[in-house]
Unconditional design. Sequence first.
Length: 145
Amino acid sequence: MDTYTVKLALMNLIVASDSKLSPRATHVLANWHIQSWQLTMPKFPVVTVRVQMRQTAIWSLHPPTIAHGEVYYYDFTAYVFGDSMSSSREIADNIVDYLGQHNKDPANHIIDIVALSLKESVPIHGPKRYWRIIVSGRVWTEEPL
C-alpha cells in the first residue's frame, strides 16, 4: 500500500467526522503546507492532512485479517484551521472522537488508528486571522505478502 492511499482513506474519515467538513474538496486538503494567505474566511473550517513517508515493517506482529502479511504504520498530522479557537477545538474534538470509534477501514487495509492527541498551536508567521489545532496519531495497516 502506498502512502497516498492511506492519506486519502484518512481524509475520508476526517470528512465523515463532522458535517462542516463537507465537501472534501474545499474543507479537507491533501496539501498540508498551505500558506496563511491561501486561507479565506468563507472556507473555514479547513483541515490539511500530512502523512509521513516513513513506512516501517513490524515483523513480530501477525496481521489480524490476512494469513500471510506484514503490519506497517504511518504517522499523521491534521491541522485544523478555524475562524475562532472554539470552532477549531470543536472540529478537532470531533475528529479525535470519530477516529477513535471508526478506526478500521478494511477496504484500505487500515487495521487501527492509535495514539490520537490534540494540541493548540498559534501560527507565528503571516496574518493572525485564524486559529489552529493540531491532531496527530498513527495509522496501522496490513499488507499481504
